[in-house]
Design a protein around this ligand. Sequence first.
Ligand SMILES: C[S@@+](CC[C@H](N)C(=O)[O-])C[C@H]1O[C@@H](n2cnc3c(N)ncnc32)[C@H](O)[C@@H]1O
Length: 219
Amino acid sequence: MAKGNSTRLTDELYAYMLGHNPPLDPVQRMLVEVTHVQLPLVAGKQVAEEQGALLAFLVRLTGARRIVEVGTFTGLSALSMAQALPPDGTLLTCDISEEWTEYAREAWAKAGVADRIELRIAPALQTLRGLPDEPHIDMAFIDADKDNYIAYWDELVPRMRPGGLLAVDNVFLHGGVTDPEATGLAAAIKEFNEHVKADDRVDSVMLAVADGMTLARRR
Ligand SMILES: C[S@@+](CC[C@H](N)C(=O)[O-])C[C@H]1O[C@@H](n2cnc3c(N)ncnc32)[C@H](O)[C@@H]1O
């Protein structure tokens, strides 16, 4: 049973919600379709449509100009954020897959935002550790290998500007986080969620968006 005044998200209500959000633009739509057709076994990695809209909204809300993303896949979240950046804004996105990110590169070029996006193909931890140490990031999105979430968080938080926003995907791990005997990725996300809750460098809120999203603001 849903608690806390929440309403169960039926298929009908989900469609209604999407119908009241900004629609996918033609390149975003193409990217969703291509991902499902070309990569059906892993298409579920892509952010949900409402998450793309939310991320774009947050970029505009915060006026972010320097964004770092961990986990590119076929590029929908990066595309959504880059389109919301001001013309002088930049987004650095990290992945290890040449194959999956090739779709991203094509979509970014079609959407005319390729010049705002830098894709680094390398383990994200290596990329993050190579960034300047001083606080210079306005917004970060973590959406990659779950067992490294704490390491990504601890590389990113000190580099966030005061007031900078961190968004983290899959903090419910498909419900696995409520399992007292959780192992593997669910245990890793449980540990990450405790880490964030105890982190006095940020204010944070965990939200029931898609597979759970945490938003945090650097103090
Ligand atoms: C959930 S997907 C990202 C989805 C993406 N945000 C989107 O909107 O479609 C996770 C991505 O993390 C990447 N990844 C996994 N391990 C990684 C690592 N050690 N460093 C960088 N990227 C990694 C995977 O290749 C995959 O593309």
